[in-house]
Ligand binder design. Structure first.
Ligand SMILES: Nc1ncnc2c1ncn2[C@@H]1O[C@H](COP(=O)(O)OP(=O)(O)OP(=O)(O)O)[C@@H](O)[C@H]1O
Length: 352
């Protein structure tokens, strides 16, 4: 009797996880850009993508992209060389660029530089997708980071699986449900090396502190905690779909948006949407979305600002007050709530 397991080894299990997360029919025939730092996650991603591509007789060209942040002089150059050699070995072209000028001061600036490079390279080579090796741990760290900094229901949904990187270019993270240990196991099994980033080991940045200090301590006291947080993120994403849908209904029913202005009706008790209108979570979720659509600064808006707006929508009294980012809220008694941002205060995203 054959007792052979369907997926015998760690690399096959990884390929299976990749295929389940992102159907090969979507990507094997189109140009793909794979972002590879040289670390275990993106090296495993590249090899799994390559294996699946070959097994499916993929026709789309795959290009490897590496951004050399030049933060660690010689070690950074060696990372770039390592990625170049790996791409050669696998038979893919590799484009690498080196950051010039003073190094970026924080994680967010580094990421922006990298994403700008990936977006413009994707346009140049006509790639529809940019693929990154974000893992389950990245998801868990992100949620903890949001939780400690202050967040709403969307922030508990973790790292989005996809996001628009530029026009016609989608960033996709197909390994978000895969633990890092599975990726390392797959690489060790096939004898594939990877580069360890020395700065990743240092807890100089908050993300690294979460990764290197906090999470290991949590795991010591509560073994399996990361897996359970990841499972909760999954459930939260399902709940978010429902919240999103109701926030859209609420927006359609009550809101008129113009450039730099939003007008929100304040309905009476007899309104057919009044029970939904009473639900603060829906209002705040919809308001956050509207802020993004307008390109208004959402970072500066704290919980109490959203709650204040939500509260004003629940009654009919006159109100006028200012919000962070130059937004003024005003309502006449019994009238709608108007949110306005003077056009001479053009937002950063609109200036570009
Ligand atoms: N220098 C780099 N060059 C190319 N790709 C990179 C580089 N650094 C990171 N990436 C890509 O981004 C993925 C996530 O890496 P990492 O967790 O270090 O980035 P991050 O700054 O946390 O990214 P994000 O902010 O998008 O979560 C990697 O698996 C890889 O695909």
């Amino acid at each position: 009797m054959g007792t052979e397991k369907p997926y015998r080894n760690a690399m096959q299990r990884l390929e299976r996880a990749l295929v389940n997360s992102w159907a090969p029919s979507e990507w094997t025939a189109v140009p793909l850009l794979v972002a590879v730092s040289g670390g275990a996650d993106s090296v495993a991603l590249l090899i799994a993508l390559t294996n699946v591509h070959r097994k499916q007789s993929g026709k789309g060209p795959l290009t490897v992209a590496h951004y050399n942040h030049a933060l660690r002089s010689e070690a950074s150059d060696q990372d770039a060389l390592f990625v170049q050699r790996l791409a050669n070995k696998l038979g893919w072209p590799c484009v690498s660029t080196k950051g010039s000028g003073p190094p970026a001061a924080d994680e967010a600036s580094l990421r922006n530089l990298r994403y700008d490079f990936l977006a413009s390279l994707a346009h140049q080579i006509g790639a529809r997708f940019v693929v990154t090796g974000h893992t389950q741990e990245d998801n868990v760290e992100t949620v903890l980071h949001h939780l400690f900094r202050g967040t709403g229901p969307a922030g508990l949904g973790g790292v989005p699986r996809t996001r628009d990187l530029a026009e016609d270019v989608l960033l996709i993270r197909p390994l978000l449900n895969v633990p890092k240990s599975n990726l390392r196991e797959a690489l060790t099994e096939i004898g594939q090396e990877w580069r360890e980033d020395a700065t990743n080991q240092e807890s100089i940045w908050k993300r690294n502190w979460l990764r290197n200090q906090l999470l290991p301590q949590i795991e010591t006291e509560y073994p399996g905690a990361s897996d359970r947080i990841a499972a909760l993120i999954d459930q939260q994403q399902t709940l978010l779909l429902g919240l999103e849908q109701r926030a859209c209904q609420w927006t359609d029913a009550y809101i008129t948006a113009q450039q730099n202005a939003i007008v929100i009706q304040r309905p009476g008790d007899d309104d057919r949407f009044s029970s939904m209108h009473d639900h603060q979570a829906i209002r705040i979720h919809a308001l956050r979305g509207l802020w993004d659509q307008q390109g208004w600064q959402r970072q500066a808006m704290a919980r109490q600002h959203w709650e204040r707006l939500s509260e004003v929508l629940g009654h009919q009294a006159a109100e006028t007050f200012d919000l962070p980012g130059g937004v003024r809220a005003s309502a006449r008694e019994g009238g709608p709530l108007e949110l306005q941002r003077p056009t001479n205060l053009a937002s950063p995203s609109r200036q570009e």
